[in-house]
Design a protein around this ligand. Structure first.
Ligand SMILES: [Zn+2]
Length: 377
């Protein structure tokens, strides 16, 4: 048995102003064959699981490249095509294979590609033919497009948000792909569009109970896996939105029915799944209330964490309110807070390095001029 694996990950905010280049992947996480870390990461859990199982069970794993970049704007066409073609080239060299595993995020959008993962999966399918199983792990903040469902054999999303279960779901992707490769199961996927946008943390009700129900449905009546794709709302792509995906052992009609039932239940929870979010004014009030006598560190985040990556400008807005002062907000000292934004920080460092290089070049130029003057004089 020969199984190949690879992947790339990006959560692309198509509204964000800073594009994502190939360097962003190389700086954040880039693991070519032979350089994969010993511990699993969000994008390499299936690889970590498959590596362990291949050693224990005596089959061959062909490890391909995996990469991810911090969330930011549109991925450049060159970056996506380079990463995609690297994985495809490795697969071509590994052929023939009995199965393919892909560790992807599911919300990568590149210049000219609304559905990067769908494009990769379609090309993998074209390479391996119609019968070789392709098992995919995705983040639930993905665009669960029909192209992916049509071309993959099985797709499983993390169930938990925060994502605490990426290894457990990786175990399932590997197990089901191996069973499909051995001909023990015939995975069939049923997709239902909830036509809904939202945020669905799973440590709160009613999502907690919904995730437990999805898990309980698995393993009986031919149901192999149930996933809720939460959606990634910061992307202007046609298939953005929440969807339910059911994988059955060749039970199309029953899978379609279950996907429809769960999609209706998911849709009925719209508007009831979010924790309370605060305005910039209110969040500073809260931080000050909890300050007390101790010198607490308060972490204030936008709904989606990054200034340039996701909720554009949220942290800047909080800082503006803090600086301008509004009653006791004036007590917030500009020197007592720090802003963490990896993409913004990277841009700043780039600019500083650029300025330093300019300054050095200028200094060298001045010294040369002086030297020439002295020689000429
Ligand atoms: Zn996510």
């Amino acid at each position: 048995m020969r199984i190949a694996i690879g992947g790339f990950q990006h959560e692309t905010n198509t509204f964000a102003p800073i594009p994502t280049a190939l360097e962003s992947f190389h700086e954040a996480f880039y693991a070519p064959p032979g350089q994969h870390p010993a511990d699993p990461t969000l994008c390499t859990a299936p690889l970590w699981v498959a590596r362990r199982r291949s050693r224990a069970e005596g089959w061959t794993l062909i490890e391909g490249s995996c990469s991810w970049a911090e969330t930011a704007g549109l991925v450049s066409r060159g970056a996506f095509e380079t990463l995609r073609d690297e994985v495809l080239g490795q697969l071509q060299a590994a052929m023939p294979v009995d199965g393919v595993l892909l560790g992807l995020h599911g919300a990568m959008v590149a210049d000219g590609y609304d559905d990067c993962e769908g494009d990769l999966i379609q090309r993998v399918r074209a390479m391996v033919g119609p019968t070789v199983p392709i098992g995919v792990e995705l983040d639930p903040h993905c665009h669960m497009t029909e192209k992916r469902v049509k071309n993959a054999t099985l797709i499983i999303c993390f169930k938990e948000f925060p994502h605490t279960d990426f290894v457990a779901r990786g175990e399932e992707v590997v197990e089901l792909t191996l069973r499909a490769a051995r001909g023990e199961i015939t995975p069939v996927m049923s997709l239902c569009d909830c036509r809904m946008i939202g945020s669905f943390p799973t440590n709160l009700q009613p999502m907690r109970a919904f995730v437990d129900k999805m898990s309980a449905l698995e393993g009986s009546n031919g149901v192999l896996s149930v996933s809720a794709a939460h959606c990634f709302p910061y992307a202007d792509v046609p298939e953005m939105g929440a969807r339910i995906l059911v994988v059955t052992d060749n039970q199309r009609a029953a899978g379609d029915r279950l996907a429809r039932e769960l999609a209706d239940e998911f849709f009925a929870m719209r508007g009831k799944t979010m924790p309370p979010y605060h305005t910039p004014d209110a969040v500073i009030d809260l931080a000050l209330q909890h300050s007390g006598r101790l010198n607490h560190l308060h972490v204030v985040g936008g709904h989606s964490e990054l200034v340039f990556g996701e909720q554009v400008g949220a942290v800047v807005q909080v800082l503006r309110v803090a600086h301008e002062g509004n009653g006791h907000h004036a007590a917030v000292d500009a020197h007592q807070h720090a802003v963490f934004d990896v993409v913004a920080a990277a841009v700043l460092v780039d600019q500083i390095v650029h300025l330093l290089q300019l300054a050095v070049a200028l200094q060298v130029g001045i010294q040369r001029q002086r030297h020439h003057r002295q020689v000429d004089g």
